[in-house]
Design a protein around this ligand. Structure first.
Ligand code: ADP
Ligand code: MG
Length: 325
């Protein structure tokens, strides 16, 4: 339903003039760099990446708000360049940008305005707005001015607007970022319902837990590039990292801790009998167990844990920005 090949967007930027000494020079920011991926019908694709990775730009290009510099993309089989009107008629877009609403109009008036713009019949529009606002718990707030809405209510209203015409494809750009847990849960439920109804969803999120719960596939973006993608199971397998926690019957010697370091990062508190080892290659687990057995220590317990999406994310985006996730 969504398909791209080598999709690239370079923003031309004028470098700041240095006190008139240098002429203005044009430099580019490659926000989306040769991105190729596909999203199947009826699935949720999660896009994760640090701030500035290019996620929003990718969404804007796919929803025809911004033209790509090169590459191709199709949504519902329509070219985003040659058939942009058909693409727009097939998608719902929630960008989370408040400026796309009129601050002095009420929530109801805002959505009504956009529904009329899309050519919806008044009776149908009214029915749909009531239904959606009720299901997202903002019907009672419908007559409040947009500027008085809380962030959670604004995001919900954005979602109501994007759901109006019930299109087959949705682009949701950080729909749950910085809002209260109740609103976030409501929005996640809505995404789940959409998926159950066979809709295709591209979900940009900073919440890796949310991505684990909602997404069939996940793509990791870093500096404009799609550095890794796949199903969660695949990513976990591929990342090959495993966390092993071992509880010993006595405090481990420094010599033993150093031996563990061969397998990956070792975490242990001073004077503690518990050690945590981040196996850089999960397949070396048996070697680790051999090592433990060959030592003169008794083991109380040994547990292995799958890597979390967070660990996978950090593994593939290790850069100065990796802390932001
Ligand atoms: N309109 C624009 N003009 C110039 N540069 C832009 C524009 N929009 C985004 N960028 C740049 O493109 C890069 C990616 O931004 P963005 O797509 O917003 O990232 P994300 O959504 O992943 O945080 C950033 O370096 C950003 O500064
Ligand atoms: Mg963004």
């Amino acid at each position: 339903m969504i398909w791209t090949e080598n999709l690239t967007k370079v923003f031309k930027q004028r470098k700041e003039k240095k006190k008139g000494l240098l002429p203005k020079r044009k430099t580019g920011v490659t926000a989306v760099d040769h991105v190729s991926f596909e999203v199947d019908r009826g699935t949720v694709y999660g896009l994760i990446g640090a701030n500035g990775a290019g996620k929003t730009t990718l969404v804007k290009v796919l929803s025809t708000l911004v033209l790509p510099t090169s590459g191709e993309a199709k949504v519902c089989g329509y070219s985003i360049i040659k058939e942009d009107r058909k693409v727009r008629a097939s998608i719902g877009l929630a960008t989370g940008t408040e400026r796309s609403f009129y601050f002095r109009l009420s929530g109801w008036q805002n959505v009504w305005f956009f529904g009329v713009l899309q050519g919806m019949a008044h009776s149908e529009l009214k029915r749909r707005m009531e239904e959606l606002m009720k299901s997202l718990d903002i019907y009672s707030e419908r007559d409040k001015q947009f500027m008085q809405y809380s962030l959670g209510e604004k995001r919900k209203l954005d979602l109501v607007r994007c759901l109006l015409t019930d299109p087959p494809v949705f682009f949701l750009d950080e729909p749950t970022t910085s809002i209260d847990p109740y609103s976030a849960i409501k929005i996640r439920d809505t995404v789940r319902e959409l998926k159950e109804r066979g809709k295709t969803i591209l979900l940009v999120t900073h919440n890796l837990d949310e991505a684990e719960k909602l997404c069939d596939r996940v793509g990791i973006m870093d500096k404009g590039k799609l550095v890794k993608e796949g199903s969660l199971g695949f990513l976990k397998e591929e990342a090959r990292t495993k966390r092993v926690s071992i509880a010993l019957e006595e405090i481990p010697s420094q010599v033993l801790l150093d031996k563990f370091k061969v397998f990956g990062e070792v975490k242990s508190q001073k004077e503690s009998k518990e050690i945590e080892i981040l196996l850089s290659d999960g397949r070396r687990l048996s070697q680790l167990i051999d090592l433990v057995n060959s030592q003169d220590v008794r083991v109380e317990s040994l547990n292995t844990h799958e890597p979390s999406l967070e660990q996978i994310f950090l593994k593939y985006t290790r850069s100065e920005k990796s802390g932001e996730a």
